[in-house]
Design a protein around this ligand. Structure first.
Ligand SMILES: [Zn+2]
Length: 186
């Protein structure tokens, strides 16, 4: 699949999910086939929120998506390292950075204050998005944050930026609606 075909596959899967017509089926035959190796067709950098499950949202099976989840879908060194592996060793051609409606990590960042060493560090990857957002609404900051962290993936990884500049990889920020179940590519 080329980059556009991968995007279409994700959109079609999300349409099935929205319409409650999922195709997902994992069985022993598939599990055994996948013991030989993985060939996921896309990477998703998603929030850890229990309501945002990329495999379900895109109606994908085991082995289909290389999913990295961390609160606020941030591009820190661990998420970048995981993604670098999928880009350089598996050859994934599309990274979706998936923000979502009413994200708790984004809400905490907007609220500010001292949240302790670890959450403060996480919020530091989100806070520039407050200024970049169209307005102060949490979901506007979520969208800005998906774009900002999509840029960080490239900025902070020579491997990722190298694949993007040679046309082998595309990074796509996106927004998931908890209410409707649909994903908008931003
Ligand atoms: Zn979240």
């Amino acid at each position: 699949m080329n980059k556009e075909e991968i995007k279409s596959r994700l959109i079609e899967g999300n349409n099935r999910y929205v319409e409650d017509k999922e195709d997902l089926k994992s069985d022993i035959v598939l599990r055994q086939k996948l013991t030989a190796g993985q060939q996921p067709f896309a990477i998703v950098l998603s929030c850890a929120d229990s309501r945002v499950v990329p495999e379900m949202i895109f109606d994908c099976n085991i082995g289909d998506l290389f999913v990295v989840r961390v609160a606020g879908n941030i591009a820190n060194s661990s998420s970048i390292a995981s993604i670098e592996y999928a880009v350089a060793n598996i050859g994934c051609k599309l990274i979706v950075v998936l923000g979502h409606e009413s994200c708790g990590a984004v809400t905490a960042t907007i609220k500010g204050g001292d949240n302790g060493k670890n959450l403060n560090h996480l919020c530091s990857f989100i806070s520039p998005s407050i200024e970049l957002a169209e307005d102060a609404h949490v979901n506007s900051v979520v969208k800005a944050n998906a774009k900002y962290n999509a840029n960080l993936l490239e900025k902070n990884s020579e491997i990722i930026s190298g694949f993007v500049s040679s046309g082998k990889l595309k990074i796509q920020p996106a927004y998931y609606s908890l209410t409707k179940g649909n994903v908008d590519f931003l």
